[in-house]
Design a protein around this ligand. Structure first.
Ligand SMILES: *Cc1c(COP(=O)(O)O)cnc(C)c1O
Length: 230
């Protein structure tokens, strides 16, 4: 820090992971340091998790970052928030007002459609992202077995991933129907297109991100894909 320092910024590694002998400085300690030097403290949490979620233990939330004393917390409106592509700034009213008056704010402001979609996301809370994250593993198993039985294919344990720049490396335990690897391209090219995971010499269909109402369509698509192999 020098007389040139305008702020302290902490950025969460939201879409990558550093492992080994690494550590980071808790926000509360940075708050104390910022106060000592009269600097504002900015925290970029990246993925837009509103409140702590036990499924994602290492993912910082907006509420925790505000409670820990950040003047401004930055996050994506997409990713774990599950809304529109947007950049969010949360913080003390006077700080946000100051930022809103900056000439750059006009250049990056969101339009009304983005704001309307963001409001709908925040009011509903139950976004497709939340539904997929919190899908009941037992229900996923029942659905996978139904699909497996219909196709005559085995069901195997399968860890899902959050993806899309949130909670890197965190497994989401679930199930998948295991098809021959060759079925993958037929599934992708089918109507409707189904995007399976190709892994370990197999084509894996994990239903986590498929609404249950669409299971019959997935079954029909998989049957067609398997039929095209013969
Ligand atoms: C993803 C991410 C951003 C940018 O978010 P957008 O979704 O592109 O608005 C900024 N900071 C961090 C730490 C991120 O992970």
């Amino acid at each position: 820090m020098s007389p040139q320092t305008a702020a302290l910024l902490k950025v969460h590694p939201s879409n990558f992971r550093v492992s080994g002998f690494t550590s980071d400085v808790p926000l509360r300690e940075l708050r104390a340091l910022a106060d000592e030097h009269g600097l504002p403290l900015i925290m970029d949490v990246g993925s837009g998790l509103l409140t702590p979620d036990p499924i994602l233990p290492d993912e910082p939330s907006l509420s925790e970052a505000l409670e820990a004393g950040a003047d401004v917390v930055i996050a994506s409106g997409d990713k774990l928030l599950g809304g529109t592509q947007a950049g969010l700034l949360l913080g003390r009213a006077e700080t946000i007002q100051k930022l809103a008056k900056h000439p750059l704010a006009r250049a990056v402001r969101a339009d009304k459609l983005t704001l309307a979609a963001l409001e709908a996301t925040l009011v509903s809370g139950n976004t497709p992202v939340q539904q997929a994250l919190h899908a009941d593993p037992e229900r996923l198993r029942v659905r996978a077995e139904r699909l497996g039985d219909d196709l005559g294919m085995p069901v195997v344990p399968h860890d899902g991933r959050v993806g899309g720049g949130g909670a890197p490396g965190v497994p989401l335990p679930g199930w998948a129907v295991r098809l021959p690897e060759r079925a993958a391209s037929a599934l992708r090219l089918g109507e409707p297109a189904v995007l399976p995971r190709v892994h370990d010499g197999a084509c894996l269909i994990d239903l986590r991100c498929i609404p249950e109402d669409d299971d019959a369509r997935v079954t029909a698509a998989a049957r067609a894909a398997l039929g095209a192999l013969d």
